[in-house]
Design a protein around this ligand. Structure first.
Ligand code: NDP
Length: 400
């Protein structure tokens, strides 16, 4: 019998929806590169329903209890008195979603002597101290590709929302107004603009494919160059450095993981190299940007807009400057947890658990850390080290 400790976000404030807006979600069997969507032996949930919540339990309870395991599900994840920290000592498997991350710092890993597997129900395992996981022999796995397309759709939406000044114009309507000049004095077309992505992996390249019909100039920088045929098909310009990319672009979107190489990459210096009035969209991880540098750049006009759904830490304290800085289009961390995405990562989490309990290898592409080293997708896209420092501040959310 194993103890599985699962941290999920809270249920809706007004309770579970009595009905959903749509009766079904499309069935996707393969992603763009041919990789299959998750293939668990079975699922015990209805795709299209809320699964990432405490009551949704990722649809795992029946499966785990039938196999004799104990499942503990909680949203109480921050601070030394949290349920998460109290239960860690017994846990063999920890499951957490990046939207409501259970930070697995080195200190917490030291309190979890039985921990063998940390699953990210989603993509992005930076909430785990990967260095400590390597040293502790813990496997870290995520459901690679499960919500990459969800995020790419969100990125395109946010670019358009910022450049076209959608949110302030919507607010004019809500406020009963009709002042068109107020709406359009910050509104442009993206046609003809130069748009670049930092990271052209699953999300970044999907953003490029989606933006191509908008007749913009496309740019990217990445640690590995895309195949020449892909570059030619997209008509995308490669930049060997992020500096060269930002100097050329009107809109920059960040689609790289958070790891020591990317932590605070967008600081005063790099933002200062961007064109005046550029837009920055970050749905990757909040900590890739220097929090105060972003707020300063919006105040000064160096950035015309900033949007994204990722913060550090999460949940963001109520006084986090990104809640109140000008010209932003921030949301809580939602882009990768649409109902469509939840069905995929719940199935992927189950697939990983089935393999783990049956002693079968996990899919190579799901691995971030295994056998004391970066592995699979982790070896391709991450660097060794830790990016969890400062995550204790998440405990402040409940206090103020
Ligand atoms: P991929 O691994 O497919 O792509 C990440 C890309 O970033 C890779 O091509 C990688 O390069 C590149 N990269 C890594 N380090 C650097 C660097 N220093 N400079 C430039 N490029 C770099 O992952 P996805 O596209 O699926 O996801 C990317 C990130 O988006 C996730 O790690 C996660 O943090 C975030 N995300 C956010 C979600 C949300 O809900 N907001 C949901 C899903 C993901 P290479 O592999 O060539 O070395």
């Amino acid at each position: 019998m194993s103890n599985i400790l699962c941290v999920l976000y809270q249920d809706p404030v007004d309770g579970y929806p009595p009905a959903y807006p749509r009766d079904e979600i499309p069935k996707i069997e393969r992603y763009w590169d041919g990789q299959t969507t998750p293939t668990p032996e079975r699922i015990d949930f209805t795709p299209g329903e809320l699964l990432g919540t405490v009551s949704g339990e990722l649809g795992l309870r029946k499966f785990l209890e039938e196999r004799g395991h104990e499942l503990i599900v909680t949203a109480d994840k921050d601070g030394p008195d949290s349920v998460f920290e109290r239960e860690l000592g017994e846990a063999e498997v920890v499951i957490s979603q990046p939207f409501w991350p259970a930070y697995l710092t080195a200190e917490r890993i030291a309190k979890a002597p039985n921990l063998k597997l940390a699953i990210t129900a989603g993509i992005g395992s930076d909430h785990v101290d990967l260095q400590a996981a390597m040293e502790g022999g813990i496997t870290v796995a995520e459901v690679t590709y499960c919500n990459s397309i969800s995020v790419s759709e969100h990125v395109v939406m946010m670019i358009l929302a910022l450049v076209r000044n959608y949110i302030p114009s919507y607010e004019v309507v809500i406020d009963g107004g009709w002042n068109i000049a107020d709406c359009v004095s910050r509104s442009y077309d993206i046609e003809g603009m130069q748009v670049g992505t930092v990271g052209a992996g699953r999300i970044g390249s999907a953003v490029l494919r989606r933006l191509k019909p908008f007749e913009v100039g496309l740019h990217y920088t990445d640690r590995h160059r895309l195949p020449e045929t892909v570059e030619t098909d997209l008509g995308v310009t490669y930049h060997p450095t992020v500096e060269s990319l930002v100097e050329a672009c009107d809109v920059v979107t960040i689609n790289a993981p958070l790891h020591p190489e990317t932590e605070h990459l967008f600081n005063d210096q790099l933002i200062g190299k961007m064109k005046r009035g550029a837009y920055l969209v970050n749905t990757a991880r909040g900590k890739i940007c220097d929090r105060d540098a972003v707020a300063r750049a919006l105040e000064s006009g160096q950035l015309a807009g900033y949007a994204g759904d990722v913060w550090f830490p999460q949940p963001a304290p109520r006084d986090h400057p990104w809640r109140s800085m000008p010209h932003h289009g921030m949301t809580p961390h939602v882009s990768g947890t649409s109902l469509s995405a939840q069905a995929r990562y719940a199935a992927g989490t189950r697939e990983i658990l089935e393999c783990f309990f049956d002693g079968r290898p996990l899919r190579e592409e799901y691995l971030i850390v295994e056998g004391g080293a970066l592995a699979g997708a982790g070896a391709h896209s991450y660097s060794a080290g830790d990016a969890t420092e400062g995550s204790e501040e998440a405990a402040r959310f409940g206090e103020d």
